[in-house]
Design a protein around this ligand. Sequence first.
Ligand SMILES: [Zn+2]
Length: 678
Amino acid sequence: MIPASRFIRFFVWQGAIVLACASFQTVIAGPPVALPPLRGLSEVDGKSVVVQGGFWGKRLKTHLDVTIDHSLNELEKDGHIANFDIAAGVAGGECRGHAAFDSDLYKVLEGAMLTLVHGPDPRLATRVESVVDRVLAAQQEDGFLIAFYILKDQHKRWDDMDKHQMYNAGHFFEMAIEHEKLTGNPKVLNAARRFADHIDGIFGPMKRYDVDGHQEVELALIRLYRATGERRYLDLARFFLDERGFLHGAKREPFDPTTEVKGSRPMQQRIARQDHKPIVEQFEAVGHAVRAGYMYAAMVDIVRFMPDAPGYEQALDHLWNDVVERKMYITGGIGTHQYGFEGFGDPYVLSNEGAYCETCAAVAHLLWQYRMNLLKGDAAYIDVLELALLNGVLPGFSIAGNGYFYENRLLKERGQRGPWKGLSCCPTNIARIIPQVGNLAYAVGKDRLLVNLYLGSEATITMESSVGKPHTIHIVQETLYPWDGRVRLVVSPEKTTTFDLQLRVPCWAQGRPVPSDLYSFVNAEVLPIQLTINGTVSAAIPEKDGYLHVVRAWKAGDIVCLEMPMPIQRVHANDKVESDKGKVALMRGPIVYCLEEQDQPGQIVTSLVLPADQPLRSEYRESLLGGVTVVLGEGLASHNKKVPLMAVPYYAWANRENNAMEVWINETPAEVLLKDAP
Ligand SMILES: [Zn+2]
């Protein structure tokens, strides 16, 4: 347990929300206000939340100091940026890379912009602006902008829709939106509109009926609609979603799956891109997990922004149940090698060494869960989001901020992150998702403020009011979460205001590791949670939606303390998961643990046994792996010899030696399992 005095020993990194960069052009318009949803809750803009101190403060500092520049350097080296210079006719040379090359650059630029929101850095701002200008210089007269096609073959721009053309476009749109938010300068957003208009001129009803091989453009078009107010972009996103499962061509024609040979390459390709049946009939998660996550996220947005979307919500509910009840690893990761690519496998087939759990899939999964929470306001979605963020995204890169995994297996003989990869989808997704952690932490509704993630932060949030003008609430969070379940909040509305402050009580504090029966705690006892408001202890029983609802007249300086006991938990998988039979995983709070061989000297991790009655204790180690809580106990080696055992957070593995690791530890000795086998 970390002593309370540690609360004040924060590593403070607080940047003013000012961009001191002379290179930005004259500010033409104020930051756009995103159109609010028709249904559900609203997002809190990243600018409103300054993450400081604690767990995330360190990661964000590394992001600014190391990750963003490292990523830009690697992209520069690999030719991502030079391609645009050649396309603009200002440099000679050959096109390098693949058709989706541009998207990687856009993701890092987006990440740089999101990072700059939190800390002024004139050098980085100048660098980003210069790259942006080199990109824009290559845009064609008709708005088209994909370096690969401009350089290789303009006539084949839209021939093969498995070349990620619109995936590039989508990431360009998302980057453009962040650029305007950061700088107030609409030049990139205008370029994005020209590209979107170009696509809208080719695809759509009475035009060409087709879809991109890799979903992403759908959610990006919805964001573009919200940033510009241009309704055509929302309609185009809807068109691309509704066109899935159809034949594609000059007119709208149903696709008959019986005309395709089951297991044939065309049918497999359709399944991989969730194009095998109309999306409102898709009740089971299949195919490429990244594409699925982005598509499901866009589907939620359709429900949020279009009053008439029959079948969408029903499909989403089925898909969510299928993933969370049957196809998700304990790390929140999705995708296995079962079908030979980064896709969903069969229900409960969750091999640990055969896990794919691509870092991008965890990002896409998180974006989907985030939107589900905005739509329905249930904390269960944030439970999954938090699991995927801490145990699915974070293992994808090193604590130093410049080493990466593409796949995140739960059992490996060796593991070492690489500095970069030609196929850099995962590193570049990390670049943009980490700086978004602040805005993932909150959501707002009318007279409601939801605290979804606990992290050291200071936020100024605008909340709609049912009686008059919107309220501004200043809220400071202090916590050592995820190492400690205590959170202190200072809530200061502009003037005394009655609203519902919703504090999420994570499923782990309610006796469950996940909001389904796919995994369970061996000891499901729920320890009492304590809520104190201005020194007075009050009832702390979460409602069905997973939140403590504190409705009162809030006044400046009100202090809320939430204390959630954080014991070490043993986790068992559902009996249907063969790969985890006889095994136990360890969790403490939202963190999933693993055994690394170097922490069990002289032992082979896969032969170690952690008996069910073995007491375990936790210990915070400031100097280990950037500051982590470890789990300590005794295990059994061969001949039942007792040996010390130490588990570290799964996300932190492979940051020291190249060694073996496992998440699921033998609980039953192998010989007993053999004896019990039928
Ligand atoms: Zn990836």
